[in-house]
Design a protein around this ligand. Structure first.
Ligand SMILES: [Zn+2]
Length: 376
């Protein structure tokens, strides 16, 4: 297998159906990456994550550097061995969590000093340190370290953060390349910033292209700006990036966000929604999300989603899962999460087939019509 090779097999409008070939396996795109924050996709064993159709997982640098620490994971043979997942793993840079979860943060050109949200211990995160941590974890797709500011900041603040992010992208590239053994088998993605401003987005895309990356993320979205504003940026931002490389929309999203983003040319996604929602009683179905705690499911003998091919839907009823979740049984969270992962992966498989068969527009409008006819 090559280090990193992206092949586009078919296009339909702006949407692309491709494959990323890496040493630990192939990733079919458009791809959804379940989030394994603390070296676990919560409540699901890795083999069950794989059975749902996932080709790649996401791991969180910030959480793992604090507990159990990247150095310990490296001593134990790396993240894949540690958690029992032998396929590709993408790790984020830690920047988003450092700037949103930690305390007493202090930003400078060097990086971000912060205190752990777990025990208050002091740490420094920089492009070089982020690359080192992702290398210690044994990540397959490493994300550049960037600076985030709210989409509601002034244009001047946005511009300064974008420009600093581009300087950090260059330092990330150098830091990644200095780990020669790891760089020979892993890939590095750059992250486009620029909030909701087309000119800043273009400048960011050009700066990243000059540095050169294996793939490009559209960053700084899905932070509360709303679907309309996000789609407004996605109408032009993917087209500013190198079309021969995969494009990754970080932290997205709801099923209808994903469908709309695929139509706009995005190839990769990650989101905590299927797993987090599963633990709070929300199940995704083709007819919209349902809250399984609702009393009307107490004696409903049907599956969570009649259209779902998953092992949960073929075995257990809404009534049973309603009971488990209401009773606070661990199995309730496990079954809900497994179903939701299957829902997302089945949606991705359907999107890939629709692109191959040049019927994405019809698929997307049919999906939206059913999905938005919500049951509750
Ligand atoms: Zn199911």
């Amino acid at each position: 297998m090559p280090r990193f090779q992206f092949t586009i097999h078919a296009t339909d409008g702006k949407a692309r159906r491709g494959t990323i070939a890496m040493q630990r396996g192939e990733i079919r795109t458009p791809a959804f990456m379940p989030v394994g924050t603390a070296a676990t996709v919560k409540a699901v064993k890795p083999q069950d994550v794989r059975a749902s159709g996932a080709d790649i997982l996401l791991g969180n640098t910030y959480h793992l550097m604090l507990r159990p620490t990247a150095e310990r994971i490296a001593r134990l043979g790396g993240l894949h061995k540690f958690m029992g997942w032998d396929r590709p793993i993408l790790t984020d840079s830690g920047g988003y969590q450092v700037m949103s979860l930690s305390e007493l943060t202090k930003r400078s050109e060097e990086g971000v000093a912060f205190a752990s949200h777990l025990d208050g211990s002091r740490h420094m995160m920089s492009p070089e340190r982020s690359m080192e941590i992702q290398r210690l974890l044994g990540s397959d797709i490493v994300m550049a370290f960037d600076e985030l500011v709210p989409t509601t900041s002034t244009r001047e603040v946005q511009a300064k953060a974008m420009e600093r992010s581009m300087r950090w992208a260059k330092r990330s590239r150098a830091g990644f390349d200095s780990g020669e053994e790891h760089a020979a088998r892993a890939a590095l993605f750059g992250i486009q910033q620029g909030a909701l401003d087309e000119g800043l987005r273009k400048a960011s895309a050009d700066a990243l292209k000059d540095i050169g990356f294996d793939g490009y993320a559209v960053g700084g979205l899905a932070v509360g700006e709303g679907q309309e504003a996000m789609f407004g940026v996605l109408d032009y931002a993917p087209g500013q990036l190198d079309e021969t490389k995969p494009r990754y929309l970080m932290g997205v999203g709801k099923p209808d966000d994903i469908v709309g983003a695929v139509e706009r040319g995005i190839d990769m996604f990650d989101c905590v929604l299927p797993t987090r929602s599963g633990r709070t009683g929300q199940a995704f179905t083709r007819n919209g999300p349902i809250n399984i705690r609702n009393a009307r499911f107490a004696e409903d003998q049907g599956p969570l989603d009649p259209a779902c091919p998953c092992p949960v839907c073929s075995t257990w009823s809404r009534a049973y899962i309603h009971h488990l979740v209401r009773a606070g049984e661990i199995l309730g969270a496990m079954l809900m999460t497994e179903h939701n992962l299957w829902f997302y992966q089945t949606l991705m498989a359907d999107l890939r087939a629709a692109i191959e068969e040049q019927r994405l527009t019809a698929f997307a409008s049919d999906f939206r019509a059913k999905y938005q006819a919500k049951q509750d």
